[in-house]
Design a protein around this ligand. Structure first.
Ligand SMILES: Cc1cc2nc3c(=O)[nH]c(=O)nc-3n(C[C@H](O)[C@H](O)[C@H](O)COP(=O)(O)OP(=O)(O)OC[C@H]3O[C@@H](n4cnc5c(N)ncnc54)[C@H](O)[C@@H]3O)c2cc1C
Length: 453
């Protein structure tokens, strides 16, 4: 497959309609708040800054175009969970905090869905599918955890029920997870941009921040002096603050999008309720239907490119595309002929606890938040609220969340970083091939440490 630039190979970016980029920064400017990065985190931060203080002068600086990073390249599967999994949240933060996160997550998606009009948001809920008895046990555990946290609406499905929903010979059962859905992420970016421009936020695209200083943002195109600078650069954050690498690892996830399903393929696969789906493997496939009935087929087998590389050279992986095409055929042999004309990758930031972290630098003039793994659509909205409240020194309950007050366990530096990523990846692959977790995985599990999309 030809390696097209991501603007052409990513289905969402390539089919974006009538997009007009805002002008780059020019000259020396000033603002109350300068936000770096125009993905979901940056745009929501600007949104909540204006909500907290409508007269605040807010400027957003983006090196490419809005949504160029993970926010415009993701699968668009919206989960209510802001903690990766509720089970992990109990392990890391305790039952009471996990219940608080779960209820915040549900309220967050209700609010997001009210905002995301015209973003093809379908609140279908999600299906976790089991392909082995061990996956089915995991579905049952997730159901138990949901009931411990008081979340309603989860439902176990047996083999016949799951195959009535989505007809794959591999499925033995599954779990319906309510509340979430699917949307078009680039439409959400465009909706946010439109809202911000209406509220007087200045957005400068094609403006790369080269360095930070106390209260000063330096770009090739100009500079901005600001009372507070908010870094919303997720997997790119080490380019400006290298010390953050202690707390996160940048990884790449890959996705295919097919041509629209024809009637025969739709009849064979069913999927009438259009849920976003994940299978039960450690390196799982995630998939959904787009508004025009294409299949988006992604893999969580995330790649680390040493040493912490995040740039255009990582945007494609032929090996992952091949594995994705093969896994599609395994799941849906009756639609084996389906062609996938779109293929791309994008960067995510993973922490050892798989939830984001927040902090300040340069004597508190810089505020940052990052580390949403591959589950950021909902979480970045809460993160934007958190960052806006930190930046305006506004006291709110949100700032007492443990994911705000506590930092994740650190990752080792290179070369141990590469060695450990390789060892863990190999061990996880063996689990997906049916082996039991080895000593390394059991130890990491004991400490609640990992990396994942
Ligand atoms: C392939 C893939 C699939 C995913 N699927 C899902 C999913 O289905 N559901 C889900 O919830 N999450 C998913 N995610 C995760 C989700 O997309 C991210 O967590 C979320 O978009 C992060 O948003 P962000 O704004 O923090 O970062 P980004 O969207 O990466 O934004 C950072 C922005 O900062 C800009 N920037 C970086 N450096 C500079 C600089 N020096 N100067 C100026 N600008 C700069 C970048 O260009 C970029 O636009 C997926 C991610 C990927 C990559």
């Amino acid at each position: 497959m030809q390696k097209l630039p991501v603007e052409q190979s990513c289905y969402w970016l390539a089919t974006r309609e009538n997009y007009v980029a805002s002008d780059p920064l020019s000259g020396s400017q000033s603002a109350d708040y300068a936000v770096i990065g125009a993905g979901f985190t940056g745009l929501w931060t600007a949104y909540f800054l204006k909500q907290l203080n409508p007269s605040a002068d807010v400027v957003v600086l983006e090196r490419a175009v809005t949504g160029y990073g993970a926010s415009g390249r993701n699968a668009g599967i919206v989960s209510t969970s802001i903690d990766h999994t509720h089970n992990l949240a109990i392990g890391h933060f305790g039952l009471k905090e996990a219940a608080r996160l779960a209820s915040l997550g549900l309220q967050n998606i209700d609010e997001l869905s009210a905002f995301a009009k015209d973003c093809d948001f379908e609140r279908t809920g999600q299906l976790q599918v089991a392909m082995t008895p061990a996956h089915m046990e995991e579905c049952k555990r997730n159901l138990d955890v949901a009931s411990q946290l008081g979340i309603q609406g989860y439902r176990l499905l047996n083999k016949e029920e799951i195959q009535q929903e989505v007809n794959s010979p591999l499925y033995l059962g599954g779990l319906f997870v309510p509340g979430g859905g699917n949307l078009n992420p680039i439409k959400l970016i465009d909706r946010l941009k439109e809202e911000l421009l209406t509220r007087g936020v200045r957005i400068h695209e094609n403006t790369q921040v080269a360095s930070l200083d106390n209260g000063l943002v330096n770009c090739r195109e100009g500079s901005v002096r600001a009372r507070r600078i908010i870094m919303a650069t997720d997997a790119y954050s080490h380019h400006l603050l290298p010390e953050l690498l202690f707390r996160f690892i940048p990884l790449y996830d890959y996705i295919l999008v097919s041509e629209p399903l024809n009637d025969e393929q739709k009849r064979a696969i069913r999927w009438h309720n259009r849920q976003g789906m994940v299978d039960g493997r450690t390196f799982f496939n995630y998939y959904r239907l787009t508004a025009d009935d294409r299949v988006l087929w992604g893999t969580s087998e995330a790649v680390y490119y040493p040493p912490n590389r995040v740039d255009e050279s990582c945007d494609h992986s032929e090996g992952h595309y091949e594995t994705l095409r093969t896994s599609w055929i395994r799941h849906f042999p009756e639609a084996a002929e389906l062609k996938f004309p779109y293929a791309w990758g994008g960067p995510i930031a993973s922490t050892t606890r798989l939830t984001p972290f927040f902090g300040t630098a340069y004597g508190d003039t810089v505020v940052y938040g990052l580390g949403y793994t591959g589950h950021g659509i909902g979480t970045t909205r809460i993160a934007g609220k958190i960052l806006a409240n930190i930046a305006t020194s506004n006291r709110t309950d949100l700032l007492s969340l443990k994911m705000v007050t506590e930092k994740p366990f650190p990752y080792p530096p290179e070369p141990i970083r590469s060695l450990s990523v390789n060892a863990v990846t190999a061990s996880l692959k063996r689990v997906d091939q049916g082996e039991s977790p080895n000593m390394l995985l059991r130890m990491l599990d004991l400490f609640g440490i990992g990396f994942s999309s």
